[in-house]
Write a protein that binds this ligand. Structure first.
Ligand SMILES: [Zn+2]
Length: 288
């Protein structure tokens, strides 16, 4: 999904002008042009994202990560209200981590290495359906809806989240081999539940002030849309810098590629569907 740009709006205007010029033409011709205009303008005015052209197979071979490795913690934020849109995201029917089988197997090997280093992995998001990405896009088009700004993008304008690369459309997550994750201690401390409406604290606040995630200190919370979350931010030092370095080393050794804007985001390098964006819901029925 791309956001409609000025060139597309100009193209729509040109199509309308063309339709008017052809008003004296054969009725069938005009109807076809008007249908085309309606399709193009629909993407601009209703806020309905255009579907991605896709040759997606019906069954991409997803697995449930907890079936492959029950040792890896899961904290699927988009199935809850504790995320940057402030409610469960479209398509997250269950709080599950679905991944392609090769990515899940690679993550199991990373977990072995993490445990050897005295830590465990905890995933925040895995496969993300296209409809969830569309939900993000529609949310971005509501400038007055800023209920979660205080925690998730305290210093960045909502209108800039896509341009600055914090939210992507289309998203690599929809290809089924990209994961958002962190490290937790072993044994893993309990994590208080998020209560909708509770006061929000900036994700850039010190660890003992921000939401009490049981993650080791990574310098920011998850989905913190701020330069402080850039993986190599020079403003992050000490333990948090070491923790980011360890996560990146473990994931890189395991065949994943990081992202410089988000310390938590990794793509499996040998992903089996590098050009296919899936829209199956996040549910056990989508595995297999
Ligand atoms: Zn991600």
């Amino acid at each position: 999904m791309r956001l409609a740009g000025a060139s597309e709006i100009r193209a729509s205007a040109n199509l309308i002008a063309d339709a008017r010029r052809q008003a004296g033409a054969r009725p069938g011709q005009l109807a076809r042009v008007l249908v085309l205009v309606a399709v193009v303008m629909g993407g601009c005015t209703r806020g309905t994202p255009e579907p991605l052209p896709s040759s997606a197979p019906a069954r991409p071979g997803f697995v449930v990560l907890s079936d492959v490795d029950p040792r890896i913690r899961t904290d699927i934020r988009y199935a809850t209200a504790h995320n940057f849109v402030g409610r469960p995201v479209d398509g997250y029917q269950e709080a599950l981590c679905l991944l392609t089988a090769p990515a899940a197997e690679a993550l199991r090997r990373v977990q072995d290495a993490a445990l050897a280093a005295g830590r465990s992995l905890k995933v925040y998001d895995c496969y993300r359906p296209q409809r969830a990405v569309d939900d993000f896009v529609n949310w971005s088009r509501q400038p007055d809806e800023q209920a979660t700004k205080a925690e998730f993008y305290p210093l960045v304008a909502k209108s800039e989240l896509f341009r600055l690369g914090y939210v992507g459309a289309p998203s690599a997550h929809s290809r089924g081999s990209t994961v958002d994750l962190t490290l937790v201690d072993v044994p893993t401390p309990a994590q208080p539940g998020y209560v909708p409406g509770q006061p929000l604290v900036s994700c850039t606040a010190p660890r003992d002030k921000r939401f009490p995630d049981n993650s080791v200190d990574m310098g920011t919370g998850f989905d913190c849309f701020d330069p402080l979350a850039h993986t190599d931010s020079s403003r992050v030092g000490g333990t948090a810098r070491e923790n980011r370095r360890l996560l990146r080393q473990l994931m890189t050794d395991g065949g994943f590629v990081g992202y410089d804007r988000e310390w938590w985001h990794f793509r499996y390098r040998d992903e089996p569907w590098p050009d296919t964006y899936f829209d199956l819901p996040v549910a056990r029925t989508s595995a297999g």
